[in-house]
Design a binder for this molecule. Structure first.
Ligand code: HEC
Ligand code: HEC
Ligand code: HEC
Ligand code: HEC
Ligand code: HEC
Length: 200
């Protein structure tokens, strides 16, 4: 009898306290892991270290070098393109040649090897993105990439989620634009929503 009563009490304790506590912890762990590994959270704010301390704030901000001077593909190809060291040499053959980072650029240039910058933005391979319709249509770089000209080190501002692309394609007016209204600036009513536009 005693034995039975004891185990009944333990069962009662188990269902009343341990089970709920256990379930809540399992739920918390599941949600926590989901939240941490959620691609959106991982990629937004992604800011890899670069091999040379190149600063957009200095070059595109203070010196006002136009974005497309370096990212020449933005209006004429799918990819905007990262400039070759040769482009840096246009100025750095004579500018700040004593600085350690500039010496490294000279060494890389002399070696004939490309400078391996760490990639910041990356859509999955199954997604088709093209800079041309966006850039030629007048969507500002900053609408998607944020105020790059004030970043010392580039960081990913836009979400690479399908829902983020679609949100602007459905309602461009809702998209951030440094100039105010994206629709007034571009005259776009909408972007494509059919699957084949982005999955080809
Ligand atoms: C003097 C050349 C130069 C100019 C001007 C310049 N960039 Fe860049 N940009 C680079 C280089 C080099 C990298 C690669 C290293 C890095 O990420 O900082 C880069 C990287 C980037 C990236 C990240 C690429 C990736 O890996 O995803 C973006 C976005 C970008 N630039 C946007 C801009 C915008 C917008 C402007 C104008 C406001 C601009 N850049 C002006 C040279 C330039
Ligand atoms: C509509 C949003 C959008 C606009 C506007 C836009 N970009 Fe991008 N950009 C992206 C996306 C998305 C990627 C990632 C593409 C991929 O991984 O295939 C990217 C990648 C890049 C990259 C790295 C890969 C590459 O294409 O070379 C650079 C550099 C870049 N953008 C620069 C620019 C510049 C400069 C402008 C303005 C002239 C600009 N972007 C305008 C969305 C945009
Ligand atoms: C239009 C001319 C121009 C171009 C193109 C240019 N730079 Fe510069 N850069 C400058 C000037 C000017 C300074 C020095 C600013 C100052 O300190 O007064 C500078 C400074 C730097 C510095 C800081 C050096 C130090 O430690 O003081 C680095 C690093 C650098 N540039 C890297 C690059 C890279 C990488 C590229 C190519 C993607 C590049 N620059 C392209 C003009 C340019
Ligand atoms: C800020 C608004 C905005 C964002 C963000 C945006 N787009 Fe677009 N996109 C447009 C507009 C507007 C058009 C229509 C351009 C036109 O009609 O010429 C367009 C057109 C396109 C096209 C059609 C290209 C063609 O040749 O028909 C593709 C593909 C595309 N976008 C992919 C994407 C992907 C993928 C993303 C997310 C990574 C994205 N877009 C994010 C505004 C945006
Ligand atoms: C404006 C561009 C765009 C359009 C239109 C679009 N997608 Fe996507 N899709 C994306 C991007 C960007 C991703 C990758 C990021 C992500 O998974 O959210 C993606 C990812 C996906 C994935 C993979 C999801 C995963 O978890 O890996 C599927 C499946 C998909 N899309 C189906 C569709 C279908 C079905 C349609 C039509 C109803 C469609 N997409 C229309 C941009 C688009």
């Amino acid at each position: 009898m005693n034995f039975l009563r004891g185990s009944g009490k333990e069962l009662f304790n188990l269902s009343r306290f341990l089970l709920p506590v256990g379930l809540v912890s399992v739920l918390a762990v599941t949600l926590g892991v989901g939240w941490i590994t959620q691609p959106d959270r991982l990629v937004r704010g992604y800011q890899p270290e670069q091999p040379v301390a190149y600063s957009h704030r200095l070059h595109a901000g203070s010196l006002r070098v136009p974005c497309r001077y370096c990212h020449t593909g933005a209006a004429k190809s799918r990819v905007a393109g990262i400039p070759p060291v040769e482009k840096c040499m246009n100025c750095h053959r004579v500018t700040r040649t004593e600085a350690p980072d500039i010496r490294r650029i000279h060494a890389v240039y002399g070696s004939g090897e490309p400078l391996r910058w760490a990639r910041v933005h990356a859509l999955p391979d199954h997604v088709f993105f093209d800079h041309r319709p966006h850039v030629n249509g007048g969507v500002a770089c900053q609408t998607c990439h944020g105020e790059v000209e004030s970043m010392q080190v580039v960081r990913q501002v836009m979400s690479m989620r399908m829902s983020n692309c679609l949100a602007c394609h459905r309602d461009p007016e809702g998209a951030r634009d440094p100039r105010g209204s994206i629709v007034a600036e571009t005259g776009f009513a909408q972007g494509p929503e059919h699957c084949a536009a982005c999955h080809r």
